[in-house]
Design a protein around this ligand. Sequence first.
Ligand code: F0G
Length: 461
Amino acid sequence: MPKLEKRSWAEPFKIKVVEPLHMTTRPYREHALLEAGYNTFLLRSRDVYIDLLTDSGTNAMSDNQWAGLMMGDEAYAGSENFYHLEEKVREYYGYRYLVPTHQGRGAEHLLSRILIKPGDFVPGNMYFTTTRLHQELAGGTFVDVIVDEAHDPESLHPFKGNIDLHKLESLIERVGADRISYVSAAATVNMAGGQPIAMQNLRELRALTKKHHIRVVLDATRAVENAWFIRQREPGFASHSVAQILHEMCSYTDACTMSGKKDLLVNIGGFLALNDEDIFEEARNLVVVYEGLHTYGGLAGRDLEAMARGIDEAVQEDHIRARVGQVEYVGQRLLSIGIPIVQPIGGHAVFLDARRFLPHIPQIEFPAQTLAAELYLESGIRTMERGIVSAGRDPETGEHHVPKLELVRLTFPRRVYTQAHCDVVTEAVEAVYDRRTQVRGLRMTYEPKYLRFFQTRFERL
Ligand code: F0G
C-alpha cells in the first residue's frame, strides 16, 4: 500500500458555533464594488465571502472567553474584571499600572497628549496609521528609524522590524534628546509586513535611550507574535516559553499601548500600561475625559474579562504556533506558484507586492488598491491596501507620502478560517495573477482629511 509522505498538523481547536458564509456572483460583486468606490473598507460585510481585511477585532473567542462574558461586573466603578485584567497585564507584560481604553488608538491618544510637546520628534520603527496621526495631532513629527531592509520586500533579513540605532543616534544628535518625546517601538511591524524586532535590538535600544534619558514605548499589539518569531529565529531563545520572551521584551520598555483586538483574541478592547507613576496619574485622569472611568476606559466589564482571559490564551504555544503557521502556510503556497509577496512571511498577514504583481500600473494609479479590488471581484475575498493610499499626505506640503512598499494585506483573523479557506484564497490570488496584464489602475474621486484609506473613493481608469 502506498504510504503518506508526512504527518499533518491541524488547528488546535474544534468548532462549536458556526456562522454561515455568503457566496455572490461576479455581476453582483461588480455592482457592490462600484457602490463601494473600489474601496474594500466601504463594502458591506454581507457581500464578502472570506474576510481578510484585518485581524483586528475579528478573532473567534474561546468557550472560556464567552463564559467570561457572563461574569461581567458592570459596576460603573471598581469592576472585578478590571482587577482581573490588571493582574494579567502585570503577570504577562510586567508593567505596574494599567489604564484600559476602548481600543489601541484610545491608548495612543492619551499617551501622545501626555508625552508629546509641539515641535517634538517621535522616532519609530516605521509608522502605523493611527499611531502617527495621534503623534502629529499632538504637535509631534514622526521620524522613521527602521532598518533599511524593512523597505525592501525581497530582503530576507529575519528581523526587519529592527530599529537602526545609527539613524536614532543621528536624530538625537541633530535635534537633541530633549526634543524626542519617546521612541515608539512596534512589535511586530504591521506596515513592514508583520516583521519582528529582535530581543538584541530591544536591549541595545534600551541601553542607548537610557544614556540619553529617553523613554521607550512599545506598541504591544502583536507582541506575542513577535515573541514567537524570536523563539524561532533568535539564538538563545529556542528553549524559552513565549510568555518568558514576551515579558523580557516588555522589560526593555517603559510603557506599552495595546490593541487587544489582535493578540488578545477579543472583538474590542485595549489599554495603556506603564511603570512611571506620574504619567500614570495623568493618564488615569485624562482617560475619564476621553474614554470613561479609569476602571473601565470605554469598555463593558464583560469586555475587560474577555481580554483578561485572552491574555492567558494568547501565549499558549499550540495557539500561537497554529496562528502564525496558518499565515506561513498561505505564504508558502503563494511562493510556490511564483506570486510576489513580502518575505519573510509575516505574523498576521501575507502581503502581496503590488509593484511586482502589477508592474504596468504606476504608484500614482494605486496598484495595491487596484489589486485589492480585483481580488474581491475575482472571488469575494476582502483584503486591504497598504501602500500610497494608507500612507496619506504630508501634513506640511499636502503631497502624497510615497512609500517604497506598495502592498495588499491578506490578514488572517485568529481561529476563524480553516485550511480549506486558505486554499480557496491561494487559488483566487493565482487567478488574478493569471490575468494581471489586463488589470487597469484607479483614480481618486473623493478623499477625506484623516486616515484617508478608510473612506477614499475611486473609479476605474
Ligand atoms: N498599532 C498597531 C500595530 C495596529 O496594527 C493597530 C491597528 C493599532 C495600533 C490601533 O489599534 O485599531 O485597536 O485602535 N490595526 C488595525 C489593522 C486597524 O487592521 O491593522 P486599534
